[in-house]
Write a protein of this length. Structure first.
Length: 100
């Protein structure tokens, strides 16, 4: 007797149908309820809304001066270590990344 190896085995088919029914019966959220939940939590404290007035806010940044063994690349304006100087043109230095 010839065997059809592509045929789904009965025990696999039953478990597949059972798991599908379990998913349908579960209380999983649908797409609309997820969108509603996201919309409700968008306005919590700490989230800046577009067009918010930030004129009263202060930004505190600690500025560290350039060290003696560092230079500022004239092309990308990044502060780099002196070992990354690839080219000097007068008083201007260029880093290895900009000269590649």
């Amino acid at each position: 007797m010839a065997a059809d190896y592509d045929e789904v085995k009965p025990d696999v088919a039953e478990s597949r149908n059972a798991s599908l029914e379990a998913l349908k019966a579960s209380n999983s959220p649908d797409a609309r309820s997820v969108v509603l939940e996201l919309d409700e939590t968008d306005t919590v404290d700490g989230v800046e809304l577009p067009g918010a007035d930030l004129s009263g806010e202060e930004l505190i940044v600690q500025v560290i001066p350039q060290a003696e063994d560092e230079f500022t690349c004239y092309s990308c304006f990044l502060v780099r270590h002196r070992s990354q100087i690839a080219l000097r043109k007068g008083a201007h230095a260029f880093c290895t990344d900009c000269e590649d």
